[in-house]
Design a protein around this ligand. Structure first.
Ligand code: HEC
Length: 146
């Protein structure tokens, strides 16, 4: 019984190493074409930032974190404009990301939420996010005064 366990552990390590390499490769290719609406980038942003609060399965926080809403099966996200807006501007305990993520990254994570964790049709583009940022009166990551 010991041998299979050791083999499994080894396989797990190899998988981790591979995942590390893949993650780095994705970081380097950061500014890819904006036309890739449903990209790995959305998943990457979600895993790097959002899942710390909303959890990996997007079920939100129970217990002490009960104030964090689920993003999976969340009917409010059918409204793409609302989804972009809350990521851009934040609300209550939800931080804003207009100055941390690029419009392309906000578009990618919006699509990830709406298409991966929900089955809402349609995607948003980088230009859509730029319009939301402009309408919100907040500055984007390309802030000329910073
Ligand atoms: C520090 C914890 C935290 C992080 C990090 C975080 N959120 Fe949130 N998020 C919240 C909280 C708390 C709310 C509820 C805010 C409110 O009162 O409306 C929320 C609400 C939302 C909502 C609206 C849901 C609804 O039903 O009203 C969306 C969409 C959302 N977050 C997306 C994201 C995305 C995308 C990211 C990553 C880029 C992210 N969040 C990162 C804490 C967080």
């Amino acid at each position: 019984m010991r041998k299979p366990t050791a083999l499994l552990a080894l396989g797990g390590l190899a998988g981790l190493a591979l995942a590390g390499v893949a993650g780095q490769a994705q970081d380097v290719s950061g500014g890819g074409p904006a036309s890739v609406a449903i990209s790995d980038e959305g998943q990457q942003v979600y895993q790097d930032i959002c899942q710390a609060c909303h959890l990996a399965d997007a079920q939100g926080g129970g217990g002490a974190g009960a104030a964090i809403p689920a993003l999976a099966g969340n009917a409010k996200l059918q409204d793409a404009a609302f989804t972009m807006s809350i990521i851009v501007k934040g609300n209550g305990g939800m931080p804003w990301f207009h100055d941390m993520l690029t419009p392309a990254q906000i578009a990618a994570v919006t699509n990830h939420l709406r298409n991966h964790f929900n089955q809402f049709p349609g995607t948003v583009s980088e230009a859509d996010v730029v319009a939301v940022i402009a309408a919100s009166g907040v500055s984007s990551t390309e802030c000329s005064t910073c």
